[in-house]
Design a protein around this ligand. Structure first.
Ligand code: FAD
Length: 347
């Protein structure tokens, strides 16, 4: 395992904000995991498990703790359809590997930034597929019992952008590997609206896993910032979920309410656009003109800049529509900040 000191969180996360982390431990073999947690315990420091930092933001004060990162590599063919992926692999390399084997199941999840180990945490999804559709099990280290374990798909209680790993058992498990079972063939039609539109606009006919990967990659390149070029955390706000009576009253006001397998929702991007923010630069943060849900760090120099931009958007959307937007990315918080937040919520 590699231990480094005073590493800027901005260098480990795609939003590129955040002060120094006291220690960063990179895990290269599963047997090093207990040592990493033991190290943190010896120094009485909290831990934060990080992947590629595509859904995580650092604060200006940094982190007086130990960031642990899964760098374990390897993709193993279990059988013709099943692959086990060590968590340090880049997620998009996994998608490429599977489409090269002509397997269907994750081709629409092409170009989602981050590591394989983070994929089950928020049950990554896009264009009609989610990792929960194909994931059979994960190997993990349980920090509650200090044991290695296997969690089956049903143990993880997947739902829309959720699993036990980011809800009831947040911070308990260190994901070591994930196993996916896919199949031959191709995605069933009708595809997600934007894929269908792209196909008809460009008269495309190849819907094999490789073909869909190509289409999704092109749609995403037109719409979403590439973290290698532009700093962002992807969708910065969660969509607004409504119960039936809230949905009815929103429809009566003429708001676009979508009804899908995850219930009734209003796309937060629409609210942000209607509030006049699309394309605006707020405190160094650019509200994307192609996907208003995305904030791009163009020239913000601190978390405080992001905080000001975020609050301006939240307050204006609330004043105009009466909905509170919630931030999507996780934050690496010091224990003192966590206590303050808890006290404020309790107040
Ligand atoms: C431009 C852009 C586009 C995006 N598009 C999509 C999209 O279409 N769909 C989608 O679902 N997401 C999308 N995202 C969000 C992001 O890519 C996913 O959340 C991804 O899974 C994050 O991976 P990561 O390795 O960077 O995770 P991190 O941000 O490092 O971590 C995310 C969470 O996982 C936890 N975690 C990380 N590694 C482990 C581990 N080994 N064990 C236990 N917990 C762990 C962290 O503690 C944290 O809670 C996008 C992000 C960006 C920047």
């Amino acid at each position: 395992m590699r231990v480094s000191e005073n590493i800027l969180i901005s260098s480990l996360t795609t939003m590129r904000l955040g002060g120094p982390a006291r220690y960063v431990i990179e895990i290269e073999k599963p047997e090093e995991i207990p040592d990493a947690y033991g190290f943190a315990k010896t120094y009485h420091l909290p831990t934060y498990v990080l992947g590629g930092g595509a859904n995580t933001i650092g604060r200006d004060e940094g982190f007086n703790g130990v960031i642990i990162i899964n760098r374990i590599k390897g993709i193993i063919d279990i059988d013709k359809f099943t692959i086990k992926i060590m968590g340090g692999e880049i997620w998009d390399d996994v998608v490429e590997y599977s489409v090269n084997k002509n397997l269907t199941g994750i081709e629409a999840l092409s170009k989602i930034p981050g590591l394989a180990s983070a994929a089950p945490v928020q049950n990554i999804g896009a264009y009609g597929q989610e990792v929960a559709d194909v994931l059979t099990e994960i190997e993990a280290y349980d920090t509650k019992t200090n044991t290695f374990c296997t969690l089956k798909r049903s143990d993880l209680k997947f739902s829309y952008r959720k699993s036990i790993l980011n809800t009831t058992e947040r911070n308990r498990y260190f994901v070591i590997s994930i196993t996916l079972k896919m199949r031959e063939g191709q995605m069933a039609r009708p595809f997600y609206n934007s894929i269908e539109k792209y196909i008809s606009d460009h008269s495309l006919t190849d819907f094999s896993p490789k073909g869909i990967r190509e289409i999704v990659s092109r749609i995403r390149a037109d719409k979403l910032p590439d973290p290698a070029e532009k700093a962002s955390s992807g969708s910065f706000f969660k969509n607004i979920y409504l119960n039936q009576s809230e949905a009815e009253s929103a429809i009566a006001k003429g708001y676009p309410v979508h009804h899908g397998k995850d219930g009734y929702k209003i796309n937060s991007g629409w609210l942000i656009e209607q509030a006049g923010f699309a394309g605006q630069l707020l405190h160094g943060m650019r509200v994307s003109s192609t996907a208003a849900l995305v904030l791009i760090n163009e020239s913000a120099t601190s978390y405080q800049d992001l905080e000001k931009a975020r609050n301006e958007i939240i307050n204006k959307v609330y004043d105009k529509f009466g909905y509170w937007l919630e931030q999507e990315p996780n934050e690496i918080l010091n224990e003192s900040t966590l206590k303050t937040i808890k006290n404020n919520v309790g107040a």
